[in-house]
Design a protein around this ligand. Structure first.
Ligand SMILES: Cc1cc2nc3c(=O)[nH]c(=O)nc-3n(C[C@H](O)[C@H](O)[C@H](O)COP(=O)(O)OP(=O)(O)OC[C@H]3O[C@@H](n4cnc5c(N)ncnc54)[C@H](O)[C@@H]3O)c2cc1C
Length: 338
């Protein structure tokens, strides 16, 4: 790990005045003057330890006052500050009661120790976990290289990789919590160095490799996430989240799904279905949603929706198992709404 200086940011404005790059830019075109944000530090320190980045300055945004609060505005929604830890989200009574899918996603992310350190802002801004991307020996597309090592049909270790939208880079996004945030139609609050604030639907926060392989989100060097906003659910809204991992103790997602529906009896008045670890970004299955809107959540309709969601799947050489896996967890999540 290289030597770096530490800057303790006192405010959002102070942090933004110091920043001069993002992790994505640094991986793609390294500089020797990089000053980069650290929140919980779990992901950024991994990149430092692997020798993938060598920043000159780490800007600690973790202690900025006001970013560690969860606030509820009656009838409007909830704002979770960017520095709220996953543990604090997990233990929030209102979230457990009103946003079960978010609670389930957070409670199944990482380990209790990691959840004590990890922040929500850092979680959605973390980079993918493809082993080639995380290795200095593999100059892949995302590090300004000339290939995707994972997609090679014989040598590519692509068991955990994308089955949808896997055109160039086939990594999947690492934030399983974003799957729930996507189904809940969350918005990411971003402030720039002119202190201009924007609220971006989380779907537009993520960037696919087809759009720009050098980045996984829209954050520019002078952008700071200050919070995530989630609308208040109606009285008839139900939500459910399921994550499938290779080992029970803790693991990255092989497949995860979040469903949020407004129900009238057993009829689905509106629904969002989000899939994680299916594509390079968390995605919604608009086709499956359309099939269920206004319909009964019968076993037959649920099965049809799960089949529909997977019609677009094009598995790689070693991840064909994900198709039946997704069908199974989509069905289970929809049944969980009952
Ligand atoms: C073994 C292991 C298992 C894990 N399992 C899961 C899992 O199952 N599901 C899951 O969702 N996550 C999982 N994680 C991720 C983890 O929980 C953290 O959320 C994540 O690594 C980063 O959070 P952080 O706060 O430490 O971010 P940091 O490492 O501090 O930052 C991550 C990135 O975000 C940028 N950044 C941070 N905060 C901001 C901000 N406010 N504005 C703009 N940019 C910002 C940083 O510059 C950096 O590029 C796992 C991690 C590990 C190590």
């Amino acid at each position: 790990m290289n030597k770096f200086s530490w800057y303790e940011a006192k405010s959002v404005e102070d942090a933004l005045s110091q920043a001069n790059t993002t992790l994505s830019e640094e991986l793609f075109k390294p500089s020797d003057q990089a000053a980069i944000f650290k929140s919980g530090g779990i992901d950024i320190l991994d990149f430092l330890k692997e020798g993938l980045i060598s920043p000159k300055t780490i800007i600690n945004i973790r202690e900025i006052p006001g970013l560690d609060k969860i606030s509820h505005e009656h009838g409007v929604g909830m704002t979770i500050g960017a520095n709220v830890t996953l543990a604090d989200i997990e233990h929030d009574g209102e979230i457990q009661k009103n946003y079960p899918a978010l609670y389930q996603a957070v409670a199944h992310a990482a380990t209790p120790q990691l959840r004590n350190m990890s922040t929500l802002g850092g979680n959605i801004a973390q980079r993918n976990r493809c082993w080639y991307f995380r290795s200095v020996e593999h100059p892949c597309f995302r590090k300004n290289g000339d290939r995707c090592f994972a997609r090679h049909s014989q040598t590519g270790q692509n068991e955990g990789h994308a089955i949808i939208d896997n055109g160039s880079c086939v990594s999947v996004h690492a934030s399983s919590i974003s799957t729930a945030l996507l189904a809940l139609q969350a918005k990411v609050v971003i402030v720039n160095d002119k202190m201009e604030k924007k609220e971006v639907p989380i779907e537009d926060f993520f960037v696919s490799p087809a759009q720009d392989v050098s980045r996984e989100n829209i954050l520019q060097k002078k952008d700071l996430i200050t919070g995530i906003k989630i609308p208040t659910p109606t009285a008839n809204t139900k939500s459910y989240y399921i994550k499938q991992v290779a080992r029970e103790s803790y693991d990255w997602s092989l497949a995860d799904v979040a469903v949020v529906a407004e129900m009238k009896g057993n009829t689905c008045q509106s629904i969002t279905i989000a899939l994680g670890a299916a594509a390079p970004t968390p995605i919604r299955s608009y086709e499956a949603e359309a099939l269920l809107k206004g319909k009964q959540l019968s076993d037959q309709n649920i099965m049809k929706a799960a089949e529909k969601a997977m019609e677009v799947a094009r598995p790689l050489s070693k991840n064909g198992y994900k198709v039946p896996l997704f069908k199974s967890i989509i069905s289970r999540a929809l049944k969980g709404l009952a």
